[in-house]
Ligand binder design. Structure first.
Ligand code: GLU
Length: 547
């Protein structure tokens, strides 16, 4: 068969570059030894999830800890799944978590020399290489209809054979020249398939950067490389793009391990050196007693939008993911609590081989700890950022009074040399924690433990003696002075020695006042709370709490 003629008949484009011209157009990158070129290669479906962020963080760390490049390629070969604005959403989401691309789709960069970064815009490159494979007898047209493919599969299942288009089942693999040209002149639609040279009785050892040595069986499937609309499949586009974009390390989900033999064969027939691969374990969660993969349908926390809307502190999410990426990160963090996570020496080969357990409770702990390290100003910016986008009108309005909020934050965070409190977990939770500082949000359900008469007396005695200029000690001395007037012990030591002799103690005085002023028996330093509220409002609340 005249293969050159066949290649021209199947791919008549006359403006394709030659294989060597493409090599010149996209030369190997000039980079220091050991520098990794990694990429995030999402489909523009508009759904960017935690697994993408997890993988992107590994990509970004692998590139930026070695002086390499992290780029964005858009795998838009499946037009049906495309959503407008999806690319911007990927960039915005990753940016929110502090991850930046060096080059790629929609990234303004002088480095963008390996584009286009949208696969649909790369059709010519794929066609040039498919044409070359056909001319070399390594690819062929397949005219099978969907019905014929179904029949083959049914027959294979009935005979207990491996499904797929391979060996003797690959009907179009050995079509005669005459059969091909008559199908072409009948305008039958066709795809281009790889003419696999592999043998499934042969196995070889492959080193994955995460999984270590794995045994791989050669591919013998004649996979589709160009679909009937001339658009490549993932397999073909992956080999061509990662070669010509000069990716050194492909980090991708372990679901792709099954197609690794296909990819290695494609690199081989194309004459390209394969990149290193790192197949990441899936993110898992505990569901009752069982561990399962995070699911788009069941777990809202899989979507990255969830974290923004739920007001998570983005650096905490990233830090938590770092603990899942490298098991020694946590120990490093403990030794370097103030250091930037970027100073940690990330290692791809330290990533877990099996599913990492994602635990929202652990994330909450990391979040509390990270927020507690902020200054009041930084915390203000974080909370306001969330309120402006997701808060109610009342939430937004609160942030107009910056000075007031900063005072509250200093108190609830314990800044200014005191022991830092770790009460703040997410933006909305933090905002709700401060509700009692705002009259429009203060609607207490008082739950005093003492009888009404005692409560009223404590409230009145305090109101009579309150002076906002009192320091903490004087303020507390006044509480102590109230105690004996309602039959409580003024000193805890007296009370402990002889509890039956008293109806309560000074902490009960404080509790009554706390409930009256904040609505709750738990609050940060009450004297400071009163100071922030001011005399008028403090006294108004005390009056309103009377039974
Ligand atoms: N478009 C593929 C996906 O979203 C990319 C896989 C890869 O990183 O190679 O799953």
């Amino acid at each position: 068969m005249n293969l050159e003629k066949l290649a021209k008949a199947l791919i008549p484009d006359t403006d394709l570059l030659s294989v060597s011209e493409y090599e010149q157009l996209y030369p190997p990158r000039d980079m220091p030894a050991g520098a990794e070129v990694t990429r995030l290669a999402p489909s523009p479906t508009g759904f960017i999830h935690l697994g993408n962020l997890y993988s992107a963080l590994a990509d970004e760390r692998a590139a930026h800890t070695t002086g390499g490049i992290f780029y964005l390629r858009i795998e838009d070969t499946d037009d049906k799944r495309k959503v407008d604005g999806a690319v911007e959403s990927v960039i915005r989401s990753l940016d929110y978590f502090g991850l930046k691309f060096d080059e790629g789709a929609e990234i303004a960069s002088p480095l963008n020399k390996y584009g286009p970064y949208y696969q649909r815009a790369r059709a010519k490159i794929y066609r040039a290489f498919a044409k070359d494979l056909i001319a070399r007898g390594l690819a062929y047209p397949c005219f099978c209809t969907a019905e014929e493919l179904d029949e083959i599969r049914e027959e294979q299942t009935a005979q207990g054979q491996t499904p797929g288009y391979w060996g003797k089942w690959a009907k179009c693999r050995n079509l005669s020249e005459e059969e091909i040209y008559s199908a072409l002149s009948a305008k039958k639609p066709f795809v281009i398939r790889l003419k696999s040279q592999g043998d499934i009785s042969k196995k070889f050892t492959f080193r994955d950067a995460i999984k270590g040595d794995i045994t791989v069986t050669e591919n013998d499937q004649d996979v589709v490389i160009l679909k009937s609309d001339g658009i490549p499949t993932y397999h073909f586009a992956h080999a061509i793009d990662d070669h010509f974009m000069r990716t050194t390390l492909v980090i991708r989900g372990e679901e792709w391990l099954a197609s690794l033999p296909v990819h290695l064969e494609l690199f081989k027939v194309l004459g390209f050196k394969p990149p290193r691969y790192a197949h990441t374990a899936s993110l898992m969660k505990m569901d009752g007693d069982t561990k399962r993969k995070l699911s788009k349908r069941k777990d809202p926390e899989l979507s990255l939008d969830y974290y923004r809307a739920a007001g998570y502190f983005a650096p905490a999410v990233v830090k938590y993911l770092m603990t899942l990426l490298n098991s020694d990160f946590e120990e490093w963090e403990m030794k370097n609590p103030a250091a930037d996570y970027r100073d940690f020496k990330f290692r791809i080969n330290k990533m877990g081989k099996s599913g990492a357990l994602f635990d929202l409770q652990k994330l909450a702990d990391v979040s509390r700890s990270e927020i507690s390290k902020l200054s009041e100003d930084e915390c203000f910016a974080f909370l306001k950022g969330w309120a402006d986008e997701f808060g109610s009108e009342a939430d937004k309005a609160r942030f107009e009074n910056r000075e007031y909020i900063i005072k509250i934050l200093a108190l609830i965070m314990g800044t200014g040399g005191k022991k830092r409190r770790k009460d703040l977990e997410t933006a909305p939770q933090a905002i709700r924690l401060t509700d009692y500082f705002f009259d429009d949000a203060f609607s207490p359900e008082y739950s005093f433990r003492q009888d009404d008469e005692t409560v009223n007396r404590v409230l009145s005695l305090f109101a009579e003696s309150y002076d906002p200029s009192d320091d903490n000690q004087t303020w507390f001395a006044k509480l102590k002075a109230i105690a004996p007037r309602v039959g409580f012990a003024a000193e805890m030591s007296e009370y402990k020695q002889n509890p039956e002799a008293y109806r309560g103690n000074v902490s009960d005085v404080a509790e009554i006042l706390r409930i009256a002023v904040t609505g709750s028996p738990n609050s940060p330093d009450l004297c400071t709370v009163m100071g922030i509220l001011g005399k008028e409002r403090t006294l108004a609340r005390i009056a309103a709490a009377k039974r």
